[in-house]
Structures are given as structure tokens and as C-alpha cells.
Write a protein that binds this ligand. Structure first.
Ligand code: MLT
Length: 203
């Protein structure tokens, strides 16, 4: 995968895993890193799927209709990549906190569902539930914190579905903190401020 890695001064630091939205790349969210988590290692990835030239983390069949087989494949591929890079660079993959926007939030959510013990936490900006019919329960024993922020005027994401997704994550053992911002699918300063305080409180 294409990536940017910026090590922190302290080797034992957490790693902030940045995951962009559709049409973005690994440079997009980098300016947020010092605002969200000043002393973390930073790993920013580019999605391996191209939708008419726009990078994404997994294929979709239509707006909000995900190719779940590809969600599985790309999630395994990304986790494998993160573990390999962690071994190479010397960071602890279990001390990784994901921060994803839109499609990036959705692949982070897929990691929570398929590898529930891996991440130390996740910030999900404008998330949608990435997998519907997973057969095995994806309970976590770590009870990691998960931050979610949705736009109350978001035309892309159905509010009731996001509510159900938050309930599912809570039922699986994650400590969900859900926020509703008076805006659309776009990311706002309020999202960033709330997420930065949440990271400060939790890590
Ligand atoms: C997706 O994963 O497709 C999103 O939530 C919507 C988008 O990325 O535009």
C-alpha cells in the first residue's frame, strides 16, 4: 500500500492511523495529525481501490452499497500490511488508534468488526456500517473507546442506520461516544475539536 509514516520521538507512543475519504490520498488527513494526537507516531494510508481514478479502501456497487466480499478482502490486506509495517518500523500495532473519514471510517469500522482486538481505539467521522451479515460475533474483551461523529444534514448517511451501527458496536464491547453535528457529510472544525479532546481523554 502507499503510505506515509512519521515516527514520534518516543518509541512506545501510540500510532495514529489516518484513513482518507473517497478521492483522497495519504496526504489528505496529515495536517490533522498534530491537532488530533501530537505525540503519536503517524501512519497514513492510501486506499488500494480506484473508483474512476478516485482512491478508496474497498469497492462499492453504488452510493452506500458496499461490495462486502471486497470489504473482507481489503480489510485483511490492510491489517496484514499494518502488522508487517509495525514489525519493520518498530511500533506496536495493538497501540494503533484509527482516525478515518467517510470511506476511511468505514474500513476502520471493518477492522473493528473483523479484528476486534487489534485497534486501541477509533475515530469514525461520518461512518456507515461496513458489513451487514457477519456471522461470528465480533466481541472485544479490550473494551476500546470508539468516537463517532455524524452530520445531522448528511444526505449520504442514514441517521437510523448509524444509530443501529453505534448500538451494535456498544453491544460488542466497544465504549462508543456518539456525536451529532449540525452539518452535512463534510468534516467540520467541531468534529476535529471533539475528536482531539476525546483522544486526549482516552490515550
Ligand atoms: C463509502 O464508504 O462509500 C462512504 O461512506 C461514502 C463515500 O466514501 O463517499
Amino acid at each position: 500500500m502507499q503510505y506515509i509514516y512519521q515516527p514520534a520521538a518516543n518509541n512506545d507512543a501510540y500510532t495514529l492511523l489516518l484513513l482518507h475519504g473517497t478521492g483522497g490520498d495519504e496526504k489528505d488527513l496529515l495536517p490533522l495529525a498534530p491537532v488530533l494526537a501530537k505525540d503519536f507516531h503517524v501512519l497514513s494510508l492510501r486506499g488500494n481501490v480506484s473508483e474512476h481514478g478516485m482512491p478508496r479502501f474497498f469497492r462499492r456497487l453504488g452510493m452506500g452499497i458496499f461490495d462486502e466480499e471486497d470489504v473482507h478482502f481489503r480489510t485483511h490486506e490492510m491489517v496484514h500490511f499494518i502488522r508487517q509495517l509495525a514489525a519493520e518500523k518498530g511500533f506496536d500495532s495493538n497501540k494503533t488508534v484509527a482516525a478515518g473519514y467517510s470511506n476511511g471510517a468505514n474500513i476502520a469500522g471493518a477492522v473493528l468488526m473483523l479484528y476486534p482486538e487489534l485497534l486501541a481505539g477509533a475515530v469514525l467521522f461520518r461512518p456507515m456500517q461496513p458489513l451487514q451479515g457477519i456471522e461470528d460475533p465480533f466481541d472485544t474483551s479490550r473494551q476500546q473507546p470508539v468516537f463517532m461523529s455524524s452530520g445531522t444534514q448528511d444526505g449520504t448517511v442514514n441517521a437510523a442506520d448509524t444509530e443501529a451501527y453505534a448500538t451494535l458496536l456498544s453491544a460488542s464491547g466497544f465504549r462508543v461516544s456518539a456525536h451529532h453535528i449540525n452539518t452535512g457529510h463534510n468534516l467540520t472544525q467541531q468534529d476535529i475539536d471533539l475528536a482531539a479532546s476525546w483522544i486526549k481523554e482516552n490515550f
